[in-house]
Design a protein around this ligand. Sequence first.
Ligand code: ATP
Ligand code: MG
Length: 583
Amino acid sequence: MKINEIHKELSTMTIRPCLIDYDKEREIFTWEKVAKEFDGLPSGGLNIAHEAIDRHANNMLANKAALIWIGERRDRKVYTFLDMKKETSKFANVLALLGFSKGDCIFTLSTRLPELYIAAMGILKNRSVMCPLFSQFGPEPILQRLLRGNAKALLTTQALFEKKIRPLLDQLPELQTVFLIDAEEDESEQVRSLKRLMEKASDIYEILPTDAEDMSILHFTSGTTGMPKGVVHVHKAIFTHWASGKYVLDFHPSDIYWCTADPGWVTGTSYGIITPWLHGITNVVDESEFDAVRWYTTLENEKISIWYTAPTAIRRLMRLDNEPIKEYNLSHLRLIQSVGEPLNPEAVIWGVDKLKMPIHDNWWQTETGGIMIANFLSQEIRPGSMGRPIPGIDAAILRHNDDGTVTEVTEAGKEGELSLKPGWPSMFRNYLHDDERYAKCFIGGWYLSGDLAYKDEDGYFWFVGRSDDIIKTSGHMVGPFEVESCLMEHPAVAEVGVIGKPDEMIGQLVKAFVSLKTGFEPSEELRRELIGFGRKRLGSAVAPKEIEFTQNIPKTRSGKIMRRLLKAREMGLPEGDTSTLED
Ligand code: ATP
Ligand code: MG
């Protein structure tokens, strides 16, 4: 792929970025220095909620907006850091009074309501474990997760309770309490009105000593490649959150920030709740799901300066043939970051073209707890590259040897498994109930991510594909991302999913599932044109040999293309776990 460099001149930026000299910053960085950014608990130790909420509420930021919430019907509420301190203390008291304590798993199943954000911090204050579920899960995935996490309590809404939880109650003997956000009165000893409990609770709560290694959050992965895994995190993760908030999200006190991810996914907690508040930043939450007009309006109305979103949303905005900066006042926006899937070069360039700023890709996983590799505001962007490791993080490309060991690949451009030097603060501490699987992720002093990538001469990392998705065709290894990005450059194409289809002659045949932009119709002619288009750019060894039009590329609810489903359907095989499949 041609390296097309995009560089924004520092002199054109009105706010000086936090990171200017990448190499120097890496050199002088230590986690010990990050530790100094935190207060620590008066009672001893480190607690996320104290660092994110209480210490600001106790100081100069007490009256600053911490949460700006925009409801489905555009109703709007503002909570200051002091409001958040009081509300989260009340919820912590509610939990404590009901007997929930350190280590108990408290689940949430709610749309993005203020109570969800209050509960998240209240749970952490009580040293319980926050386990967020995505509100659109069906009953079966919810049951599985509640059972696997030994759920002691659940926060939800009346509607979600009736539809999804009530039928499960007799299968959940450990579930002591259900908190209903919007119920006026208690239903029973077990099913309680959050409002009534909060009314009676004190807004003063002293957080008990918390060890930085105490469990904080249990997150389930997206299920893109198989059964979602329960991932265990600890309070110390905020070290990474703080560092990435500084270097990647470039937080400055005046910023207004919007992360579009739902707390059901790790981005929605690490960066939709914790990181902005660690930095004392105003965090905007929009309850509604994706809608282009709504999203542009939120960016405009709330004067968003830092926007963290995902490739799937950007691709949907790209489908519209409009001129956003002419139609909306987006003049406050100064940085767009994206995560979750590979960001096609086309999308980076679309940003420059339509929003007058590139989209910055970054890479991480539920397991890493925070951003590991990123494109930084002040640094050159190479569209299609995930960027470089953040200060404090060491990443490498590893080759697997036949004897089970690994060797670092130092040669530029050579593919291998993207790996990280273990020990970063937000590293997951286990897979829930699966020590063996956890242990297998670490070989030869590295954490192996399961993603394939390569590094260029200047240390930029380029995503190739998930190791499960790699296609072996006529002796070549083909990463689906490369083929998908190429087809995305064709004006008719909105989205692409590429798989390897078993083939007797060549092992696997590259097959692309293509969805078209509005105004384009599938036809034999277009199919042939796309095949030719691919061949010209990728060469016949890599280009797709088959193209199928579909407006329905299966995706996870967090917007990731599920290639394993495309493949299973193509081959008529069982679909496996589909709990995270979008409707
Ligand atoms: P599961 O592990 O259950 O299959 P998942 O890996 O999709 O699901 P997450 O932890 O939410 O669950 O996603 C992390 C993965 O998403 C990464 O391992 C990578 O494959 C992909 N990803 C995230 N960001 C990027 C990016 N910027 N470029 C390419 N891939 C990315
Ligand atoms: Mg994964």
